[in-house]
Design a protein around this ligand. Sequence first.
Ligand SMILES: [Mg+2]
Length: 445
Amino acid sequence: MTATSARITAVDTFDVRFPTSRELDGSDAMNPDPDYSAAYVVLRTDAGDGLEGQGFTFTIGRGNDVQVAAINALRSHVVGRCVQELCADPGSLSRDLIGDSQLRWLGPEKGVMHMAIGAVVNAVWDLAAKREGKPLWQLLAHASPEWLVSQVDFRYIGDALSPDDALRMLGAGRAGLAEREAMLLERGYPGYTTSPGWLGYSDDKLTRLAKQAVADGFTQIKLKVGADLADDIRRLRAAREAVGDGIRIAIDANQRWNVDEAIDWTNALAEFDPYWIEEPTSPDDILGHASVRRVVAPVKVATGEHVQNRIVFKQLLQAGALDVLQIDAARVGGVNENLATLLLAAKFGVPVCPHAGGVGLCELVQHLSMFDYLALSGTTENRVIEYVDHLHQHFTEPVVIRDGHYTAPLAPGFSATMREESLAEYRYPDGAFWIADRAGQEDAA
Ligand SMILES: [Mg+2]
């Protein structure tokens, strides 16, 4: 098969689940017992070059099979496509998937179907970067502004961001790119850690991990809040004592509150100087976020990990509803839509601090922040990528954190590839771990 006529031959999907609920890793006020999971997709081709495109959506257990089914529903749009054309213009596939008139009824551009689109689109970007022999951040940063603009769907956001705006910002963003790239390769991109702050951890574990985070070079940590105010006051006091005054502590309510409650609760924690309150209320409540923000300042309002598309981000920005915008690599329709959101954030001058953790979200989103630093916003000031130190061992190119910074990945692709051994072990329900687990439960019964 010659390179120009190679086609996508298969879209293989995997339901992968990790038993994280047993250690309360990832526990928060709304999600007390998550089993971190991935609806994982592999694009195979007949190019004969050994390259595949990997992508996934993150879920927290039950429903991962629904997410896999949604990816399977997209298969007919992808199989048979010319690999070269697909990789030269992932935006064309993105538009076709979003535009499937029957599947669109299930959204539009939100929820399970849209996340499935994100998984497939991200897999195409992974394949495109591998074929270029570059990590995705570098492919994006070195791409022409015109081509990047061609990859953005301006539908429904044109009132806030025009193609001309985008072209101008990306053109200006190129000044100093080589210097920033050298700096990125030397120092990495700043991160912050949520590992100390899961709600299910004891105060001793919280204190120990908070001190460890500072020793590891992090300048910001994050605590989950919102289940019980007295507990939150005690935990935040312990965390503040552990890290001292010079370290930022963000707090995250995971959508637990009504607007009034969010205001009262955040004010009750103000003495511990929280840097931002994350997801104070429903991710769909744009005006509610704006109300919270007006009252709790100087505490900043952050949201985005459950924001379903660029249109909601546009409104959050237009309404002055957030201080910190948190993109997620696997929540929306993939790289193309995240490009739109990064451009919107740049237009409104709002810093982007991505959501990560989960399964592989750190691996993915680092590429988008590094692109943003090199070729769009041009700065890492007040910008940090979330870091959580679990499940990285299941990826062939796990993130590398050094002195509180994400080291720029050098392997070609989007760092999305899971290890074959991990797939064999944690495939649900037929992976070795889950078979043994069921056998153990039957023995105990
Ligand atoms: Mg969060």
